[in-house]
Write a protein that binds this ligand. Sequence first.
Ligand code: PEP
Ligand code: MN
Length: 262
Amino acid sequence: KANRLFHPDDTIITVKGRKVGEGTISVMAGPCSVESEEQIVSIAKSVKESGATFLRGGAFKPRTSPYAFQGLGYEGLELLKIARKETGLPIVSELMSLEHLEAFEDVDIIQVGARNMQNFDLLRELGKIDKPILLKRGMSSTMQEFLMSAEYIMKEGNDKVILCERGIRTFETATRNTLDISCIPVLKQKSHLPIIVDPSHATGLSWTVEALTKAAIAAGADGVMIEVHNNPEEALCDGEQSITPEQFHKIMITVKKYAEFE
Ligand code: PEP
Ligand code: MN
């Protein structure tokens, strides 16, 4: 179902009137984790002003260490909804467990994180609902495995899948992961699904975000997902890769010269 051979036309996914995959660039911006109402509302307002089209924010966080901040959970989802009400930006948040599915009913795009890309039970259940799914590529997954995970969702009837390249593990240690730019043209050739690039998780380094955002757009991505924090140094998660609202504003001015935005 994800194969372009059988579906030659690009898939366009409409979320609250915004179209992903239509030829314009979608920009999903926001903090790694929702931390407080003040934080998420202030970030939402500034990224909206700079031209973001979606607000991202983690409520349930997949952390390597069980002692690290695990997210605000249900409260985080409620705070995202407040920020959506204030700005009109549709919200994107990660679902880690089917136990929480009901609470995501009012989330506009459900994110499946890299660590759950092959959680087949989760994928199957998300295939049974009528909601866009942002499927992140597993950090050690081939493009074929990535597409097969999309297939798990689509097989059950949900064809609203957005692919997200977020960097893969390689021998290189200078960056957190390695952004696989080549997957953009390859996945576009093999599949009709929209593809979003997450430069923040790809390198883990805030100063690389601008260059890789440009590269993603130049390579044909349908959008980017960027971590933005009002105070990266104090962020409870992924501060090193988060850019400030001012840096985000500057990147948006630059990239608007390269592509058409919504
Ligand atoms: C995230 O988007 O905050 C995240 C945890 O990403 P990934 O699953 O790509 O590591
Ligand atoms: Mn993060």
